[in-house]
Design a protein around this ligand. Structure first.
Ligand code: FO1
Length: 323
């Protein structure tokens, strides 16, 4: 198998959009994505891996374009049937999507690892890129939400994100199990061997945070920091999707490209920011990262492809340059 030309640290929707451009910028089979699994949950006895599935369905051209997750043309008969029993259905699994969770859960029960189950799912959807779960061990993002109690209440990530519609303020985030998690098969090799490593424009706290918390990952990136380029998920002080800006603020970080630079400067030499943030390039550089300004809002696959070409050629960019 040919080695990857690029390895991408990936969360869900933002990363999936970027990867759609990446597999046009270079041959799909030369792209490896290391994907967050700390959002995974077991529901109705099924192992659900939202970020792996979002990336898979997006690369297959089958993602629901309205939500950015789940499958297009989905039906919900299984959820309707569950409601009949009074079973909670706050986390919606469509009928077609259920097939993926049934397959994954069956394979895991048969003793196959998550990496192999992921390879099977991605392959069946015709995805050429290699998708690697960050770990096969259980790592769970836990969020302490602000409530009337003195210490707040800790809930699982999907309880916060979907159950509470990320409308409540948060006090802290931790990645349970991360300290003893082993990187998934092939993860460290891909991050060491790919000529370029890209940190996708995913939530720095709850999507990229767990990846960097897996022992070994941040060290590999720090060792080759000059070849690691991150894309800011914050544009003009706001997240394009989801609560990243609010989470940053609530956890004491600045919700700006400068705040993102502060989080990534130890593992990446370059931060790519949108033209809307051109005025903050000096602030990014003051944090110790080179700043490249270009179009990062991936309104269509052509913008994503151009962005990826810029990322791959970043070594040729003058620091602080405009692509
Ligand atoms: N997000 C929601 O807001 N509501 C849902 O009911 C929901 C179901 C769901 C099912 C499968 C899947 O792969 C993703 C799903 N998501 C849902 C998205 C998911 O919560 C988030 O995309 C990620 O975990 C954050 O990256």
């Amino acid at each position: 198998m040919e080695p990857p030309l690029v390895a991408v640290l990936a969360g869900g929707v933002g990363a999936a959009k970027l990867l759609r451009g990446m597999v046009r910028a270079v041959p799909g089979h030369r792209v490896t994505a290391v994907v967050n699994t700390a959002d995974d949950l077991v529901l109705h006895g099924l192992h659900v891996s939202p970020d792996l599935d979002t990336v898979t369905y997006t690369l297959a051209g089958e993602v629901n374009p309205e939500t950015g997750w789940g499958l297009r043309g989905e039906t919900w008969q299984a959820m309707d049937a569950l409601e009949r029993f009074g079973t909670p259905t706050w986390f919606r699994l469509g009928d077609r999507d259920l097939g993926t969770h049934l397959h994954r859960t069956g394979r895991l029960a048969a003793g196959v690892g998550l990496a192999e189950a992921t390879r099977e799912v991605a392959g069946a959807w015709g995805v050429e890129a290699t998708l690697l779960p960050m770990t096969e061990d259980r790592v769970a993002t836990m969020v302490t939400v602000d409530d009337d109690t003195a210490d707040g209440t800790e809930v699982g990530f999907q309880d916060y994100f979907v159950g509470l519609r990320h409308e409540v303020a948060i006090r802290s985030v931790r990645f349970a199990g991360a300290d003893s998690a082993r990187p998934g098969p092939g993860v460290l090799d891909a991050l060491r061997d790919a000529p370029t490593v890209v940190v996708a424009p995913s939530n720095p706290i709850v999507s990229i945070g767990p990846l960097l918390a897996v022992p070994g990952v941040a060290d590999v990136l720090a060792d080759r920091r000059s070849e690691v380029v991150a894309v800011s998920p914050i544009v003009d002080g706001a997240a394009l999707k989801g609560p990243a800006d609010r989470m940053l603020r609530e956890l004491g970080h600045e919700p700006s490209v400068a705040g993102v630079a502060r989080l990534y400067r130890d593992v990446a030499a370059t931060l790519v920011v949108d033209r809307a943030d051109a005025g903050l390039a000096d602030a990014v550089e003051a944090e110790g990262m080179d700043c490249v300004v270009t179009d990062t809002v991936m309104t269509d696959v052509d913008v994503a492809t151009d962005l990826c070409r810029t990322l791959l050629g970043i070594g040729d960019q003058a620091p602080g340059g405009t692509a």
